[in-house]
Design a binder for this molecule. Structure first.
Ligand SMILES: *Cc1c(COP(=O)(O)O)cnc(C)c1O
Length: 409
């Protein structure tokens, strides 16, 4: 009985089993399957409805950026660091979009100088600063205004809670501007993204369609010809293994309708997890096992110091065991903890074969997004995780593991 989960590619098992750590500081590592990633991205590009951007925050590793580049993705960056990393991979700045709530006038000026020409503007200050620096630099960047919508609390609210965030502005505030007052900006689009990890095509479509009216009304009010609508990211990953998955074909059909309803020339998405989550695994050894108040506990060499997401979302990444699962034995629900001296350091309560024990290696899935760079690696002075890519049947080290002395002063 082979009980490997759907998200795990059996072809990789041998390579992981034969892997010997590259240096003595390596306790745990990430591995990204580039061939599988490229095939997945090619499938996402096999349509002519949406222009696709990659939200770099999901995984800024050089090899990942290059794989996205090879499949014709453009890049959404939200910091100077992300911009440098993208440009360092040879991406032309014209293929970069800048989002984010904290763009200073200085940063806007530097981005323009570096050749970035597309900005999602999230405040009136950003709008005025960008206009000023565009005049100074004699250029005319393309601008999308980021909108945050609220629905009346009448049970039909598609977003659940109406939490106010620093991302963008209400249509009321944006309505006070007029695009004619910003001749140095090509204000020709709207951006909206305020949902996360959506797993239902129906819900997604309902959400998108309810945005068309307020957005097209706003465009009219401020004298904008609405050419571009950017619907952000948020396409979900089935982290909890509930058998819920979005159909990409359905998304394309739905978005073709939205594009028509909004009357826009271009529809954009900036994908994060939906593009890269599935290509990544995180491999970590079990250091201890014990029974505690009737709980079966596993303690791993690393936890939220390498993989923070479960602690902040209460959604574990799915797990399997590297040692073959074929043994005809039952499974057990284990409490899986990391090494940090805080009860927050928990990767989940998950099923594994009963005889899982000290020295076994666990593989967590969907770690291609929001893994390495979303973690809290410095707390308690453990090692920094290594990062590998898997391509043509080979593991290649991209980042070596480092001891705490590497960053401690
Ligand atoms: C994080 C982010 C994304 C990607 O989100 P996913 O849920 O990973 O798809 C896209 N756009 C913006 C502006 C973001 O901040």
């Amino acid at each position: 009985m082979n009980t490997a989960p759907l998200w795990f590619d059996e072809n990789v098992r041998d390579s992981l089993q034969n892997h010997r750590r590259a240096n003595r500081h390596e306790t745990a590592y990430f591995v990204y399957q580039l061939d599988a990633l490229k095939a997945h991205l090619a499938q996402l590009q096999n349509q002519d409805v949406i222009k696709l951007w990659f939200a770099v925050k999901a995984n800024p590793l050089s090899s990942i950026i290059k794989a996205l580049d090879s499949q014709g993705f453009n890049f959404d960056v939200a910091s100077s660091g992300e911009l440098s990393q993208v440009l360092a991979q040879g991406i032309e700045p014209e293929r970069v979009l800048n989002t984010g709530p904290a763009k200073s006038k200085n940063q806007l000026s530097r981005f323009l100088t570096q050749g970035v020409n597309t900005f999602v503007v999230e405040s009136l200050n950003q709008l005025n600063w960008l206009n000023d620096v565009a005049i100074e630099q004699k250029c005319r960047p393309q601008v999308l205004l980021r909108v945050q919508l609220q629905w009346p609390e009448d049970g039909k609210n598609p977003l659940g809670g109406n939490t106010v965030t620093p991302f963008g502005l209400s249509t009321e505030i944006w309505s006070q501007i007029n695009v004619r007052d910003y001749p140095s900006l090509d204000i020709s689009g709207l951006h909206i993204f305020q949902w996360g990890n959506m797993l239902s095509n129906e819900k997604m479509y309902s959400l998108w369609s309810q945005m068309v009216e307020p957005l097209t009304t706003l465009a009219k009010t401020i004298g904008m010809t609405l050419k571009v609508l950017d619907l952000g990211g948020g396409l979900g990953i089935d982290y909890l293994q509930e058998g819920r998955q979005l159909s990409w074909q359905k998304i394309i059909r739905d978005l073709a309708l939205i594009k028509e309803q909004a009357g826009v020339e271009e529809l954009w998405l900036e994908l994060g997890r939906y593009a890269v989550a599935e290509c990544g695994y995180y491999v970590v050894p079990v250091v201890d096992r014990k029974t505690n108040f009737e709980q079966e506990q596993l303690v791993l060499a690393a936890g939220i110091n390498h993989l923070l997401r479960p602690a902040i979302t209460e959604q574990p990444f799915p797990v399997t065991r590297l040692r073959d699962n074929r043994a005809k034995q039952g499974k057990h629900n284990f409490e899986i903890h990391g090494p940090l001296c805080t009860s927050m350091d928990k990767l989940g309560q998950l099923e594994l074969p009963k005889d899982t024990d000290v020295g076994d290696q666990l593989i967590f899935g969907y770690c291609g997004a929001y893994g390495f760079t979303e973690s809290m690696p410095f707390f308690l002075c453990h090692e920094i995780a290594a990062e590998y890519v898997y391509q043509n049947g080979e593991l290649e080290e991209i980042r070596a593991a480092q001891p705490a002395s590497w960053y401690l002063r």
